[in-house]
Design a protein around this ligand. Structure first.
Ligand code: NAD
Ligand code: MG
Length: 293
């Protein structure tokens, strides 16, 4: 057999209950998600690309950043200052693979920081060919009355506003052939009532994928989006899910388990690489089986 059984390729056993404050830290998460530190192998699909990844310290963003670097890219990584240790782990993996990783800490809810981030990435990398926005905020509430202004504002300020700010600034640098990759969620299609604000923000990202792709296609810039299902990550155990849902997280999916971030690496690479040159305005579901439409 050439292919591995997708149901058992990674653990389908219960996860231990555990709780962290926001932002959840990968180095404290048990078990550690597989972000391709060892398991991802590059094939020169992004040689010398200059790429900026937000949320690149942990889980899904870490998997994208590591895969990009192993494919030959130079990568700038944004994360929150509290996540310095996680970011340095990623830098070490990337440097061990013989590539350059630039770490730029800062809060994407700060408008000016978004412009500075894109400028710094461009300067440090000597160009910019892709912006991959993975950073996100997710806090469940028991019901609609639990969603106070501060919490739903933080969700939209983290998940939606930075798309405008980073893309606006990046257009000073991106040229025809460049790409933008956004990160939505299965929640953007199938919203859970405990995640009203998060799901709505992820639906907004699907909308922005379509409208941005239409505007920027005329400049030769492609815009696509990844919509993950349940992936084992620090987001889930830092208020993203109720503790009661942690042990069996992902087990209701068709494939019977949560995804590991490395299972998204290939999609992020594909959407930035030449091989997807006729793909724009699309949302790729990587869900373990749940339909997105
Ligand atoms: P994660 O906690 O590893 O990643 C979230 C990252 O967002 C953090 O590492 C942090 O660096 C960044 N972030 C949060 N607030 C920020 C702020 N104000 N400024 C700058 N950075 C900030 O968890 P993850 O699961 O890998 O999440 C990554 C993305 O994937 C998120 O957008 C999330 O919504 C999305 N997603 C995750 C799942 C899942 O099941 N894990 C499913 C669908 C979508
Ligand atoms: Mg993190």
């Amino acid at each position: 057999m050439a292919g591995q059984d997708p149901r058992t390729k990674f653990s389908n056993q219960d996860y231990p209950k555990q709780e962290q404050p926001v932002p959840g830290l990968q180095h404290k998460l048990e078990p550690k998600p597989d972000c391709g530190e060892k398991s991802y192998e590059g094939h020169g699909r992004l040689t010398d690309y200059k790429m900026l990844v937000t949320g690149g310290d942990s889980a899904i963003g870490r998997a994208a950043a590591i895969a990009y670097a192993k494919e030959g890219a130079y990568v700038a990584i944004n994360y929150l200052p509290d996540e310095q240790q996680d970011a340095e782990e990623v830098q070490q993996v990337i440097e061990a693979a013989g590539r350059k990783a630039v770490l730029i800490a800062g809060d994407l809810r700060d408008e000016q920081f978004n412009y500075d981030l894109v400028d710094q990435a461009y300067q440090a990398l000597g160009g910019l060919d892709n912006v991959t926005l993975v950073a996100g905020h997710q806090q469940y509430k028991d019901n609609i009355k639990g969603f106070d202004t501060a919490s739903f504002a933080e969700t939209f300020e983290t998940n939606v506003y930075p798309i405008f700010w980073t893309v606006q600034k990046a257009l000073d640098y991106l040229q025809a052939g460049a790409t933008i990759t956004l990160t939505s969620s299965v929640q953007g299609y199938n919203p859970s009532p405990i995640l009203h604000d998060y799901a709505a923000s992820k639906a907004a990202i699907i909308s922005l994928t379509k409208s941005l792709s239409e505007e920027l296609g005329a400049q030769g810039i492609r815009v696509n989006c990844v919509a993950p299902g349940p992936f084992w990550s620090p987001l889930q155990i830092s208020g993203g899910q109720p503790q009661s849902k942690i042990p069996a997280f992902g087990q209701k999916e068709v494939l019977g388990r949560a995804g590991q971030p490395v299972e998204l690496s290939g999609i992020y690479v594909h959407l930035a690489a030449e091989e997807s040159s006729y793909t724009t305005g699309q949302v790729y579901g990587v869900t373990g089986g749940t339909q997105i439409d």
